[in-house]
Ligand binder design. Structure first.
Ligand SMILES: Cc1ncc(COP(=O)(O)O)c(C=O)c1O
Length: 356
């Protein structure tokens, strides 16, 4: 019933296991000690405080917040709640696999709409509407887009939400990478049919806490929260207690993230300029942690990328997991000290030559 989530299997196998990491998409983990006094992990009131902290940070009502085990838990809850038997999911392509896999695992047909290189991976309202079928009940997107890092503005999301509302369709926006570029913002406020998810993992650097959230209309929050009963019985209160501490320090953690990332993007830009004859990309905003790089020579890069891992100790996120085997997601959230060496080895693995 539950097919492999191939990208996550790959990520768990290799990320953090090789010398040169150009794949990881989240800020380096903050040490637990930096989150202050360890909280009581048996305090069952922490869930409510975490929920309230999320509500306050994003300017939504506490009744709209469903705490979840990571954004992953929120994605599952969203698809299990907003899709009924016979309903279809429409998802962006290229796409982050868990955005559609749980819908598929739950028995829902999945359709795709293109975010095309030619339109700089823009989220095109007409392309979404053209992809709808009468049974489509949820449209799933990421913002910033994983894997390209491209950001969709609020006006476009609002237009899309409005057009979908007329058709009784919910817009699910995974905004797990949003905080670095637009702190405290959420698409939840852009339409009554918009639901969003995020977590403390990517921008705040506290993935081990597993504190995430779904934001949704209050009248559906209990339905979405019920999913937790099925998958964990009750989520560990220590996660919410730590999540509360992470959110209390969110602005400082964003500052930390900025410091960690400083100077890396210049190196990435230089690399891509140097190899522009072979590699192309749409540069994401400066605050992004990754971009989507296509090899103009085409073909399936997977064999080379696998050799890169096993023979050269360098890993990127292969494009085949996102829907384009001739591309890869290049990330610069890994160790800054090793970034230039990692890029040189990648150039070797891809046989890019000296570049221009
Ligand atoms: C777009 C997107 N959503 C959700 C997640 C999962 O986040 P979490 O660690 O909060 O479960 C990831 C992780 O890579 C992601 O890229």
């Amino acid at each position: 019933v539950f097919p492999p989530i191939e990208y996550l299997d790959f990520a768990h196998r290799w990320y953090g296991q090789v010398r040169f990491d150009l794949a990881t998409s989240g800020i380096a983990q903050v040490a637990p000690g930096a989150l202050g006094e360890p909280p009581r992990i048996d305090d069952y009131t922490a869930r409510t405080r975490f929920r309230d902290a999320v509500a306050e940070r994003y300017g939504v009502d506490a009744g709209e917040v469903v705490p979840s085990m990571g954004a992953s838990g929120a994605l599952f809850a969203a698809q299990a709640t907003w899709l009924s038997p016979g309903d279809r999911l429409l998802v962006e392509s290229p796409s982050y696999e868990p955005l559609w896999r749980s819908a598929q695992a739950l028995g829902h047909p999945v359709d795709r709409f293109e975010r095309a290189h030619g339109t700089r991976f823009a989220l095109d309202v007409d392309a979404v509407l053209a992809g709808l079928k009468p049974q489509t009940r949820v449209v799933a997107v990421t913002n910033p887009h994983n894997p390209t890092g491209v950001v969709t503005d609020d006006a476009t999301l609002r237009d899309l939400a409005r057009a979908l509302e007329e058709r009784n369709v919910v817009l699910l926006v995974d905004e797990v990478y949003m905080e670095l570029g637009q702190p405290r913002s959420t698409a939840r406020r852009l339409g009554s049919n918009v639901i969003t998810c995020s977590s403390a993992t990517k921008c705040l650097g506290a993935g081990y806490v597993r504190a995430g959230w779904l934001l949704c209309p209050p009248e559906r929050a209990d339905d979405a929260a019920r999913v937790e009963r099925y998958v964990t019985g009750q989520a560990p209160p220590g996660s919410w207690a730590l999540g509360e501490k992470v959110l209390a320090r969110a602005d400082a953690l964003l500052q930390r993230a900025e410091t960690i990332q400083r100077g890396k993007r210049t190196k990435i830009d230089r690399f891509l300029e140097q190899h522009a004859e072979t590699l192309e990309w749409v540069p994401p905003p400066a605050t992004g942690l990754f971009g989507w790089v296509r090899d103009r020579r085409g073909g399936d890069l997977m064999p080379r990328l696998e050799r890169g891992i096993t023979e050269h100790g360098v890993v990127v996120a292969p494009g085949s997991f996102f829907g384009d085997p001739s591309a890869f997601r290049l990330g610069w959230a890994g160790d800054g000290e090793k970034l230039e060496a990692a890029l040189q080895i990648l150039a070797q693995v891809l046989e890019l030559g000296a570049g221009s």
